[in-house]
Design a protein around this ligand. Structure first.
Ligand SMILES: [Zn+2]
Ligand SMILES: [Zn+2]
Length: 367
C-alpha cells in the first residue's frame, strides 16, 4: 500500500513529504492508521547521524492511531482498536522476561536497523528501500507498520495528541522518578532541564509526593511552567553555582537528582548538590558519545552515591502507559501543558519551532 511519509534524506536537512510504499502486516505486525505522532529529540539525533540509522529513513517513534489490519498470530489488538506505539523489544531475552524491556538485548537491532527477522525491509519507493521500523514504527507517516509487542491499546476517547508523547518522552521522564529511582514520599529531587522529559519527571515527582522538587533551567518560561506543574523551586543556572543555590534550599543536599541534559558539567553540578546515600539518574544522551562521567571515586564513596542509567524510564509499556493515562484522567498528570500541535504536513515548521524554544513537545496531527 501507499502512504505519505516525512522522509529524511540527508543529515541536518528538512524532512521531505513523499509517497512511499509500505508492506502489509506480516506475522506479528500491526498496520496502524496514524492520528498523531510526537517529535522527540532522538528523531533528529538519528537523522543527523548520532544513531546508526541508514538514510533515507522514516523516523517518528511516539505514534498514536487506529489499527487498520493485523498480521497472522496477532491477538493483543484487532482492527478498529486505538493504540499508542512505543519502543520495540524482543520479548524473549533475559531483560524482557524480567519486565525490563527497555534494556532488551536486541534493542539496537529492533529499534534502529529497519530490518525484519526474515531480512526484509518494509518501506520502499520505486523499488529502492527506505529505512523503516524506527523504534518498531517509523510513524512520521499516514500509516505505520508496528509490532504486536510495541502497541498498547488505549481508550478511544483520549485526545491522540496526548497519547502520542507518552510512548517515549513522557514515559521516560515520569518513569525515571516513578520507576527507575522510585523516589520516596517526602524526599527531595533535583531535575536538570525543564524540557518535556524534565517536566514529565516533575509531574511524576508530584505523583510520588516528593516534598521538595527543584528544577534547574536557563529559560524563564520553562521555569515558570515547572512551578505551575508542581516544582517547589526553579533555579536559573546563570544566577550562581547550582550547588550553592540548591543547598540554600536543602542544606544537606538532595536525595535524588535527574539529568536530562547529557552535559558533563551539569552532571557535576548535580553531584555537588546531593546528600549521602543519594541516587543520580542519567537520562540525557551526551552530544559526544565518548563523554565520561565527571565524578571522582572519592565523591562516590563519600556520598555512598548510586548512579543509575535510565532508558525509557524503565517502562514496561503495557503496564505503565495505562497507569499514566489513568493519572491523566484523574487530573494528576496534565500532559496537555507540554503539548503543541501542528498539522502533519508542517513537520519542518514544528521542528523549527522546537529548535527556537517556542514549544516543548510538538505533536503532529493528521486531519
Ligand atoms: Zn528482549
Ligand atoms: Zn524518544
Amino acid at each position: 500500500m501507499q502512504a505519505l511519509a516525512a522522509v529524511a534524506r540527508a543529515p541536518h536537512s528538512e524532512f521531505s513529504l513523499e509517497t512511499i510504499t509500505l508492506d502489509g502486516p506480516r506475522p506479528g505486525e500491526v498496520l496502524v492508521k496514524m492520528e498523531a505522532v510526537g517529535i522527540c529529540h532522538t528523531d533528529l539525533a538519528a537523522r543527523d547521524g548520532a544513531l546508526p540509522v541508514a538514510l533515507p529513513a522514516v523516523f517518528g517513534h511516539e505514534g498514536c492511531g487506529v489499527v487498520e489490519a493485523v498480521g497472522e498470530g496477532v491477538t493483543k489488538v484487532a482492527p478498529g482498536d486505538r493504540v499508542g506505539i512505543t519502543f520495540a523489544s524482543c520479548g524473549s531475552c533475559a531483560a524482557c522476561r524480567t519486565g525490563s524491556p527497555s534494556y532488551c538485548h536486541n534493542f539496537m537491532h529492533l529499534n534502529y536497523d529497519g530490518v525484519r527477522a526474515d531480512g526484509s525491509r518494509p518501506l520502499s519507493q520505486g523499488g529502492d528501500s527506505i529505512t523503516g521500523l524506527f523504534f518498531g514504527q517509523s510513524s512520521f507517516a499516514t500509516y505505520s507498520l508496528a509490532l504486536e509487542r510495541n502497541v498498547v491499546k488505549v481508550p478511544a476517547d483520549l485526545p491522540a495528541e496526548l497519547v502520542a508523547p507518552i510512548g517515549c518522552g513522557v514515559q521516560t521522564g515520569a518513569g525515571a522518578v516513578m520507576r527507575s529511582l522510585a523516589c520516596r514520599s517526602g524526599s527531595s529531587l533535583l531535575v536538570a532541564g525543564a524540557g518535556s522529559v524534565g517536566l514529565a519527571a516533575v509531574m511524576g515527582a508530584v505523583v510520588r509526593e516528593c516534598a521538595t522538587i527543584i528544577v534547574i533551567e536557563p529559560h524563564a518560561s520553562r521555569r515558570d511552567l515547572a512551578l505551575e506543574l508542581g516544582a517547589t523551586h526553579a533555579i536559573d543556572p546563570a544566577t550562581g553555582p547550582v550547588a550553592d543555590q540548591v543547598r540554600a534550599i536543602v542544606g544537606a543536599g538532595v536525595d535524588y537528582a535527574i539529568d536530562t541534559s547529557g552535559i558533563p558539567a551539569v552532571i557535576d553540578s548535580l553531584v555537588k548538590s546531593m546528600t549521602f546515600h543519594s541516587k543520580l539518574g542519567l537520562i540525557g544522551v551526551p552530544a559526544n558519545p565518548e563523554a565520561a562521567l565527571p565524578i571522582t571515586v572519592i565523591e562516590t564513596l563519600v556520598l555512598g552515591l548510586t548512579v543509575v542509567g535510565i532508558i525509557e524510564g524503565d517502562s514496561d509499556p503495557d503496564e505503565f502507559i495505562p497507569e499514566l493515562i489513568e493519572l491523566w484522567r484523574a487530573g494528576r498528570f496534565p500532559i496537555e501543558k507540554l503539548v503543541s500541535t501542528f498539522p502533519f504536513t508542517k513537520i519542518n515548521d514544528a521542528v523549527a519551532a522546537q529548535h527556537r524554544g517556542e514549544v516543548l513537545k510538538p505533536v503532529l496531527v493528521h486531519e
